[in-house]
Design a protein around this ligand. Structure first.
Ligand code: DAT
Ligand code: MG
Length: 206
């Protein structure tokens, strides 16, 4: 059995309908097991090493901010190599515009690298990621219970349409404001936390 690291990134940790949909898939434990789950806010240095192979890419500063701005849900799963491959297939491609229809990222991801979920891509990377994160998180106990349904609305496709406008420089202010309003409706956040979620969402579009 392989270990893999799993992270509900901020766009799925707080958008409650998206989180419920993804959790419904994960909790089915079809041919994998969820071994641990907990809330944890990663320091920027951990994200920089987790994504060290992307250092120097133009989106790297955004990526570090995105992943360290708020507490996220981090966990460990175990699966056979074959099942992990299948899970990655069901997750879908990295960039939302290229994600396979019906995949989790196509269904819940907003735009670009705002793609909901991290899952180690192979047993070797899984082992390395679990080892690295174990210095910060225990990864041996399910400490959070997530809901598999939510009364909050799911604005994914509306958000994607608005994000495409902002990224294209079309109605930027109006579309950005509407993104803020829709995110607020989807989440249970207020104040500085909501502001952080809006910042990292809009940050993916510039
Ligand atoms: P994955 O998350 O599918 O394993 P990855 O490991 O290549 O993808 O990249 C890690 C994260 O970095 C990815 O989830 C989002 C971000 N990222 C990668 N390539 C990107 C790109 N071209 N534009 C925006 N974000 C990107
Ligand atoms: Mg990866």
């Amino acid at each position: 059995m392989a270990d893999a690291l799993l992270i509900f990134k901020p766009d799925s940790a707080y958008r409650l309908a998206a989180r419920a949909g993804i959790w419904g898939w994960l909790a089915s434990e079809r041919d994998w097991n969820v071994e641990s789950l907990e809330w944890f806010q990663p320091p920027a240095s951990l994200i920089e090493s987790h994504y060290d192979f992307l250092q120097g890419r133009p989106f790297f500063p955004w990526l570090v901010d995105f992943m360290s701005a708020l507490p996220v849900v981090v966990g460990r799963i175990t699966a056979s190599e074959e099942s992990l491959k299948q899970m990655r297939h069901e997750l879908g491609e990295t960039q939302i515009a290229k994600s396979r229809p019906g995949s989790l990222r196509e269904r819940y991801g907003i735009y670009g690298g705002l793609n909901c979920l991290h899952l180690s891509d192979a047993p070797e990377t899984g082992a390395a990621e679990v080892k690295r994160w174990s210095d910060f998180v225990q990864l041996d106990q399910v400490k959070v219970r997530l809901d598999d349904s939510s009364a909050k609305p799911d604005h994914t496709y509306h958000l994607r349409s608005l994000a495409t406008q902002v990224a294209g420089g079309i109605h930027t202010d109006l579309a950005s404001q509407m993104i803020r309003e829709l995110l607020a409706e989807e989440c249970d956040l207020g104040g500085a936390e909501l502001e952080a979620l809006c910042r990292i969402t809009l940050g993916a579009l510039s």
